[in-house]
Design a protein around this ligand. Structure first.
Ligand SMILES: Cc1cc2nc3c(=O)[nH]c(=O)nc-3n(C[C@H](O)[C@H](O)[C@H](O)COP(=O)(O)O)c2cc1C
Length: 161
């Protein structure tokens, strides 16, 4: 069984999740950035796609990978994970990130939490979150994210079963 995990990350959290996911998989597993993904998916039986969310949008390289490989992906066993601060199960959230076609084909789609790497962020982002944290409405709805390792394990099990 050949498995490909394709990720899109800005500060490394999604790559970390891809490696955690790999630890729950057997067979020949390749973890690769969407920016360096292979030209063809022909030799893979299973594909996992993971990406992080910025300003309500999935990372561009992940979207590009999905549209470029749309036809091949429809013939693979597929799992999708999202790194973000939006809690898993938030109604309608995942639907804004990927096409309906790809979401319906996937065996399992989930938000696995994330990490706010404040020290790696540029000054503008850091200042933006400092400012947002002073707004009561934002503070009320914002929970500092962490990686939900158990969700990655469930993803591995659901797609591989
Ligand atoms: C500037 C900025 C904007 C973000 N926008 C969103 C957002 O709109 N929705 C969300 O759920 N998470 C958002 N996040 C949280 C990231 O998706 C989260 O930190 C994720 O773990 C980053 O993963 P990465 O290091 O792989 O890029 C944002 C984070 C930053 C720094």
């Amino acid at each position: 069984m050949k498995v490909l995990i394709v990720y899109g990350t800005k500060y490394g959290c999604t790559k970390k999740c891809a490696e955690i996911l790999k630890s729950y998989l057997t067979g020949e597993v390749t973890v690769i950035s969407a920016k360096a993904a292979p030209a063809s998916l022909k030799s893979y039986d299973v594909v996992f796609i993971g990406g992080s969310v910025y300003m309500g949008k999935m990372r561009k390289e992940v979207i590009r990978f999905c549209s470029k490989n749309k036809i091949e992906l429809m013939n693979k066993r597929l799992g999708i994970f999202v790194c973000c601060y939006t809690p898993n199960g938030t109604e309608g959230f995942i639907e804004t990130l990927f096409s309906q076609e790809i979401l319906s084909h996937a065996s399992y789609v989930t938000c696995v939490g994330g990490e706010m790497n404040y020290e790696k962020m540029n000054v503008i982002y850091r200042k933006m979150f400092q400012a947002l944290n002073k707004i009561d409405d934002f503070k009320k709805g914002f929970i500092e994210p962490q990686i939900h390792i158990e969700e990655l394990q469930i993803l591995a099990e659901k797609v591989m079963k």
